[in-house]
Design a binder for this molecule. Structure first.
Ligand code: APR
Ligand code: PHB
Length: 388
């Protein structure tokens, strides 16, 4: 088989890239290791920056999102019982929207199916060949038979555990990593959100986040120990701990109920450089991971897709500048998202080895943010998303 761009991974990065390229008349094949149901069963982030919203519209898949999303003009930051609001609109003239990654992925699958573009599910043993040559191709096994796809370019959109990053020789690749000494225990519950905006909460007992998917579906997280497992946490224990970490006013208003999902995610910052090797381009989690504080994971994947999609489009119009500069442009924005996610994490989490001095520094950081409109403006600009 032959195609113009072979996309490895059918998560949000691969699907969005495929749809945008399709609209430009560029042919793609997507190879996905799992089944569609498996991909749609993953519960991930839920906040979209304006740039991500714009790309969904540009890909022709914005209609349901525009109908069903919730616009958020600000967010609440709390520290113990004290709380204040960061007003996105006041500081940036813009906002973010709440629309689950699961919904976004579903819309992209439907759009791809509607145009009849190929997506191979349960593609095993995906292997990249000749990415640094003019004969790039990808092989995979489906139902016991090996297949080969010849292509102009390969987009590595296969997430942190994929094969694409590993295809770049170690002599060329440099990786940067920080592992945080805690995780997030997250639950989904069919209850109304405790507040109309998100609450990012720091406390003596650790971080908590009150988020949502819709008027009757809430998403809550608490910082937990890396040695915890979800089964250590009964629903009652989760709700009790959450209430102890958010301001009393919200704890009193919290509607609890049975949780319909409970899982623990470790927190990591990770970047690999460069994001291009010959005809292979990395996108999204394949190249970088952020801790979820600040909701930058999906949005940073979307900004990579923007740079790659414009670079590929220009290439087929005879201009290679966008592809030549892809890695540099994507990484410049990635590092800023890394910095923001790391600083939001440090602002509100309790590290096991924090000294009384460290805690005072954190309190001073929060106090400065509370009282300084320029600091609030910096947070708001980062949260709604830096320009592409
Ligand atoms: N071959 C084919 N597909 C693969 C392989 C492989 N060897 N390895 C992984 N995949 C698939 C995974 O099954 C998954 O569906 O690649 C996809 C990668 O999707 P994600 O991990 O969701 O990564 P990405 O598309 O970059 O999405 C951005 O950032 O912070 C997160 O929540 C955010 O998941 C979102 C991600
Ligand atoms: C979520 O709703 O899952 C969510 C929201 C904001 C974050 C992280 C996760 O910073």
């Amino acid at each position: 088989m032959r195609t113009q761009v072979c996309i490895i991974g059918g998560g949000p990065s691969g699907l969005l890239l495929g749809q945008l390229l399709h609209r430009q008349g560029i042919e793609t094949v997507i190879l996905e290791r799992k089944t569609k149901d498996y991909v749609l069963g993953r519960i991930r982030a839920g906040i979209l920056e304006r740039g991500t919203v714009g790309l969904m519209r540009e890909a022709g898949v914005g209609a349901r999102m525009d109908r069903e999303c919730f616009v958020h003009d600000g967010t609440v930051i709390s520290y113990g019982d004290d709380q204040f609001r960061i007003d996105f609109t006041e500081h940036t003239g813009s906002h973010v929207v709440v629309y689950g990654q699961t919904e976004m992925t579903r819309d992209l699958y439907e759009a791809r199916e509607a145009v009849g573009a190929l997506i191979v599910y349960e593609a095993e043993g995906v292997t990249i060949h000749g990415a640094d040559s003019d004969a790039a191709h990808v092989t995979y096994v489906k139902d016991g038979t090996e297949h080969r796809i010849d292509c102009d370019f390969i987009a590595g959109c296969d997430g942190f555990h994929g094969v694409s990053r590993q295809a770049i020789p170690l002599s060329t690749r440099r990786e940067y990593e920080k592992i945080y000494p805690f995780g997030w225990l997250g639950v989904l519950s069919e209850t109304p959100p405790v507040h109309e905006e998100l609450i990012y909460a720091g406390s003596e007992r650790g971080f908590a986040l009150c988020s949502m998917r819709n008027a009757n579906l809430s998403r809550y997280y608490i910082q937990c120990s890396l040695s915890d497992s979800p089964s250590d946490w009964t629903d009652a224990a989760f709700w009790q701990e959450l209430k102890r970490r958010i301001p009393g006013e919200h704890a009193d208003a919290l509607v609890t109920g049975p949780t319909i999902e409970k899982s623990i995610a470790p927190l990591r910052s990770f970047v690999t450089e460069p994001m291009r090797w010959g005809r292979l381009f990395l996108c999204g989690d394949a190249a970088h991971i952020v801790p979820p504080t600040g909701a930058k994971g999906l949005n940073t994947a979307a900004s990579d897709v923007h740079y790659l999609y414009t670079g590929l489009t220009q290439h087929y119009q005879g201009d290679d500048e966008g592809l030549e500069r892809y890695s540099e442009r994507a990484l410049a924005r990635v590092w800023k998202a890394e910095r923001f996610s790391w600083s939001m994490t440090n602002l509100l989490h309790r590290y096991p080895d924090m000294s009384p001095f460290d805690i005072k520094m954190q309190q001073a950081d929060v106090a400065f943010l509370r009282s300084n409109t320029q600091a609030q403006s910096v947070l708001a600009q980062n949260y709604i998303g830096l320009p592409y």
